[in-house]
Design a protein around this ligand. Structure first.
Ligand code: PLP
Length: 371
């Protein structure tokens, strides 16, 4: 890797000394995984940080979501209404559980599921809605809850992008039946690889704890109650999480500075569309998506993307293509059914965004975009 390359993201890490201090006790105990002390500590610290009662940790966000879907025991072939404007994981978790994703369009301002288009997609096979709080933007949780209640559906949020985000002063995980966080290296809060499910249902967490450990009966370790998986977080990952959580507020504050500098340079440029702050939402500044409307702005997305590449700056076409246009799904879906999502996917670029991105680098990036 070249020295002067600006990557789209850079993982948050504690100092080496802080991490070494944290893992020393693992070398004494030789307890490496299966709900060790670090795991227990991280769980408690996260509950306190988020202000929630129940959390189950996982080896990654994807298996957290897949395990959650398994625990809900929907009949095979049931339908789940979700967004094509997300990362592969969201849809794969549905399909891997023998369920059918039904793609609903997104709204044009914050790219989250458009509640006004959900009800037309509900059939007698629909069991749940699985929206994504994409880029750290909060879904229309109120309207989604009303629809779910009216039709007796579960609401499961892919909350991979919203760690630390609050809505009306409370963790965003208070909404819906359950939420999945990803603690992947590229996310706002990381445990190297990791994830979690948060919900208001203690019984659900008992199920999750069982399924993530092969379905083994906690009362009788020689027996399995479920066809479970192995999705446990290990002690070294938990230790990284303990360290990173100490610095999370400072990291988000630095991300905010990056966001504000980008915003100042790029807002009010005709043909450049940015996400505006949402009412009553405390943001985490996870991503900085920019939509280039090439009918108004002088350059299209791919031109900007290439110009940045030529200057050793990697932006990301995130999300492009839509999940419904992936090779593994395109024969089953028609992405023209979700025209807003399709329009955005063809024009969006997420700019480099991380706590330590320098002011001069941000200026350089904006100069290339606007030049
Ligand atoms: C990162 C991500 C996931 C998957 O999380 P992993 O921890 O990488 O398994 C799921 N959904 C979205 C929207 C993501 O960005």
């Amino acid at each position: 890797m070249q020295e002067d390359k600006i990557l789209v993201t850079q993982s948050s890490m504690p100092s080496l000394e802080e991490y070494v201090q944290e893992i020393k006790s693992i070398f004494h105990s030789k307890w490496l995984t299966n709900n060790g002390i670090k795991h227990q500590t991280l769980e408690n610290n996260l509950k306190e940080y988020l202000g929630v009662d129940n959390i189950t940790l996982f080896v990654n966000g994807h298996l957290a979501l897949a395990t959650l879907l398994q625990s809900l025991n929907f009949p095979r072939g049931s339908e789940i209404i979700t967004t094509p404007y997300s990362f592969a994981s969201t849809t794969h978790a549905i399909v891997q559980n023998g369920l059918n994703p039904i793609f609903c369009d997104i709204e044009p301002d914050h790219y989250t599921l458009d509640p006004s288009k959900i009800e037309a997609l509900i059939t007698d096979k629909t069991v749940a809605i699985l929206p994504v709080h994409v880029y750290g933007n909060v879904c229309n949780v109120k309207n989604i809850a009303e629809i779910a209640q009216r039709h007796n559906l579960k609401v499961i949020y892919d909350a991979a992008h919203v760690f630390g985000v609050k809505y009306k002063g409370q963790s965003i995980t208070k909404y819906g039946d359950a939420s999945m966080f990803s603690f992947h290296a590229t996310k706002v809060f990381n445990t190297i690889e990791g994830g979690a499910i948060v919900s208001n249902h203690p019984e659900l967490h008992e199920q999750l704890e069982i399924i993530k450990n092969f379905g083994i009966n906690p009362q009788d370790h020689e027996d399995a109650l479920e066809v479970g998986t192995n999705a446990k977080m290990n002690e070294f990952a938990a230790a990284m999480g303990i360290c990173n959580l100490r610095h999370i507020d400072a990291e988000i504050a630095k991300r905010r500075q990056v966001h504000d500098q980008y915003f100042a340079r790029l807002s009010n440029v005709p043909g450049i569309k940015l996400c505006q702050p949402q009412d009553e939402v405390t943001q985490n500044y996870a991503y900085f998506p920019v939509v280039f409307d090439n009918e108004i702005f002088k350059k299209d997305r791919d031109t900007v993307f290439k110009q940045l590449e030529q200057q050793n700056i990697s932006a990301r076409r995130y999300f492009y293509p839509l999940i419904s246009d992936y090779t593994c799904y395109k024969d089953y879906y028609d992405s023209s059914q979700t025209p807003v999502a399709k329009w955005v996917a063809q024009r969006v670029l997420t700019l480099p965004m991380y706590a330590d991105l320098s002011s001069s680098d941000i200026n350089k990036i904006c100069n290339i975009i606007l030049g």
